[in-house]
Design a protein around this ligand. Structure first.
Ligand code: NIG
Ligand code: FE
Length: 444
């Protein structure tokens, strides 16, 4: 199956094959071609370039065969002219981008989108003035979601989660990392991870699974945190590894949750199974989580609302991606991570949504990109790179996704005609996304 996208106003986010992430001043630019075409073959970017004569040839071919703009998996067939001597390849679909932007679909390297129900009751507590920590200390928060999840069947959890998966795909997300962590017992953590596996197998976006047994101490272990850590190490991790359910392991290393020592213990155990960490650190306090993450060669350390120069120094020269979650800062009213400071120090930065029922009930990566600009003062180019190639790196898929590169998976967004790259985060509520293509197929 071949798809030719022509009449692209701006093809944005072009990178050479070997680039896996951008750091420091490399984040300041987004390479573009104006007036471009792009060809997809078998779900992969096969070629792209400047239109020149190519697009007028395409337009002539389309006119000669009475083609209409293809939409949906069937449209390739619709486009085949009934009778024609010059019958083009019947497997070729033509898409007119109408002068819009064509860019890589967003990657979202940090979410908790598999959960049951929601926490709209706590939203009222929050509005009334309770902090995230106060809600958690009253037995709400993550434990509230764990109770709901326990009551929910695996099938029902899958259906509820797929509503959110479809929602984020329609908003342009082409790859998502999903964490467990609302189970907090061996059986319920496995239930969550099996749901994530099913999403991986059935949804057209790329999915990575992250085992977050150490998200909170399960209710049955109240006051016995070290015993719960032993449960994570000695029962949960072996069971998860035996079923091959986790690409990554996570720990909520923060004040009131898990200590650096707990984290070290869990990550050491995970290493025995070859599972790489991506961890929650420095959301509520400067927790030491960055340093323990770097020690264990974490792929990313996430949140970082609280940071000192020591964290920047710890990350320098490491392969660990500092990842910030501005949707969480927005919703909880806590500080935003110092993304600009990290970039000025020569480091890379990724942005992700943290989509979850307690601290960030939205998976809209375009809004994340906008918050990167509006609240973290990143330039549109820096924020674009943080939401594409760098967040792809933070979930281990930047060899296949996150840029316009021949050979990468064709997970793409086409926008309506917009005046500039800056317009995309600037007009953040205007519905500019015209079409989302995942694996070469139009899905929205
Ligand atoms: O990344 N901080 C820890 N975990 C999530 C929130 C989970 C929840 O409250 O349900 C986060 O913000
Ligand atoms: Fe999170």
């Amino acid at each position: 199956m071949k798809t030719i996208i022509h009449n692209i106003g701006t093809l944005a986010g072009i990178l050479p094959k070997d680039v896996r992430k951008l750091e420091g001043s490399q984040m300041n630019t987004v390479e573009c071609i104006e007036n471009a075409y792009l060809i997809i073959e078998d779900g992969v970017i096969a070629d792209f370039g400047s239109c020149d004569s190519f697009c007028s040839d395409v337009a002539e071919t389309m006119a000669a065969h009475g083609h209409v703009n293809g939409r949906g998996p069937q449209s390739g067939r619709d486009l085949v002219p009934a009778t024609s001597e010059q019958k083009p390849d019947s497997e070729t679909q033509y898409i007119d981008a109408n002068g819009g932007f064509l860019m890589p679909a967003f990657c979202d390297s940090h979410t908790h989108i598999v959960y049951a129900g929601c926490r709209d009751g706590e939203f009222r507590d929050k509005i009334a003035g309770l902090s995230y920590e106060e809600i958690a200390a009253r037995g709400g928060g993550i434990l509230n979601s764990a109770d709901l999840l326990h009551e929910t069947s695996e099938d029902e959890l899958y259906e509820q989660s797929m509503v959110r998966v479809r929602e984020i795909m329609a908003m342009g997300t082409g790859a998502v990392e999903i964490k467990s962590g609302y189970g907090l017992t061996v059986e319920d953590e496995l239930k969550m991870l099996r749901v994530i596996k099913r999403i991986k197998e059935t949804a057209p976006l790329t999915v990575k699974a992250n085992f977050l047994g150490a998200h909170a101490v399960g209710r049955a272990y109240k006051g016995r945190q070290s015993e719960y850590v032993d449960l994570v190490c000695n029962e949960m991790l072996p069971a998860v590894a035996a079923e091959g359910l986790a690409d990554y392991v996570d720990v909520f290393c923060d004040a009131g949750f898990f200590t650096v020592e707990d984290t070290d213990k869990i990550l050491s155990k995970a290493a025995e199974y070859g599972i790489i960490p991506k961890i929650h650190a420095n959301e509520l306090e400067v927790s030491g989580g960055v340093q323990v993450g770097v020690k264990h060669k974490a792929l990313s350390v996430d949140h970082l609302e609280k940071t000192t120069d020591a964290e920047i120094e710890a990350l320098r020269g490491s392969g660990t991606m500092p990842t910030m979650l501005p949707g969480c800062s927005f919703f909880l009213g806590i500080p935003y991570g110092n993304a600009k400071g990290y970039i000025e120090a020569g480091l890379p930065v990724a942005l992700a949504s943290d989509y979850n029922p307690g601290s960030s009930p939205s998976g809209n990566m375009r809004f994340v990109m906008a918050l990167g600009c509006i609240r973290m003062r990143l330039t549109p180019e820096q924020s674009f790179n943080a939401c594409t190639i760098n967040t792809a790196y933070a979930m281990g898929v930047s060899d296949q996704l996150g840029s316009i590169t021949v050979g990468k998976k064709a997970n793409l967004i086409i926008t309506k005609p917009v005046p500039s790259l800056a317009f995309i985060p600037y007009s953040h509520q205007t519905p500019v996304i015209d079409r989302v293509i995942l694996g070469g197929q139009t899905i929205a």
